[in-house]
Ligand binder design. Structure first.
Ligand code: SF4
Ligand code: SF4
Length: 158
């Protein structure tokens, strides 16, 4: 049998996944996922609290994802090429966290940051079931938001 059995041990910011083959994969928990309530709100409050400028906007004119040193400053900190298919879904109507750069610091998904409760840690993104715990300001309670977990990864081509 080749099925994979996983056991997980949580530490403060990492999880160790043990696979049947004795492989060990270390990945960070607490990555920030921006979900549907951000669409067309985009007030950049999360950008202001992110210490590593890993929250990106899409510039459709230049076809680039960029983050600013400070929200609205016009000073570009980082840039990436978008995946054409993925960026076409929401375009510049939403912000995107680069999960390779997010440090899981938790700042952007504190309750007093996003006015519409759009940001969740990856492991707490609501899946639409009755077990899901939604942010109190999220207007989309009851929806399955898990699409945004993969989409956050898909949208960055490099
Ligand atoms: S704080 Fe919330 S609504 Fe504002 S840009 Fe960030 S995710 Fe979007
Ligand atoms: S968790 Fe921290 S590092 Fe990650 S996007 Fe939010 S503020 Fe930035």
């Amino acid at each position: 049998m080749h099925g994979t059995i996983e056991t997980r041990e949580a530490t403060s910011s990492f999880q160790i996944v043990r696979l049947e083959s004795s492989q060990r994969i270390l990945f960070m928990s607490g990555l920030a996922i921006i979900t549907e309530a951000c669409i067309s709100v985009k007030d950049r409050a999360c950008v202001d609290v992110c210490p590593v400028q890993c929250i990106y906007e899409f510039d459709s004119t230049n076809n680039v994802l960029y983050s600013e040193e400070k929200a609205g400053s016009g000073i570009i900190e980082n840039s990436h090429t978008p995946n054409a298919e993925a960026i076409a879904i929401f375009g510049d109507s939403v912000l995107y966290v680069n999960l390779d750069e997010c440090t899981s610091c938790t700042a952007c998904y504190q309750p007093d940051v996003c006015p519409v409760g759009a940001i969740y840690s990856e492991e707490h993104v609501p899946d639409g079931t009755s077990r899901s715990k939604y942010n109190s300001d999220d207007p989309n309670k009851g929806h399955d938001h898990t699409f945004f977990v993969q989409h956050s990864r898909d949208v960055f081509a490099n």
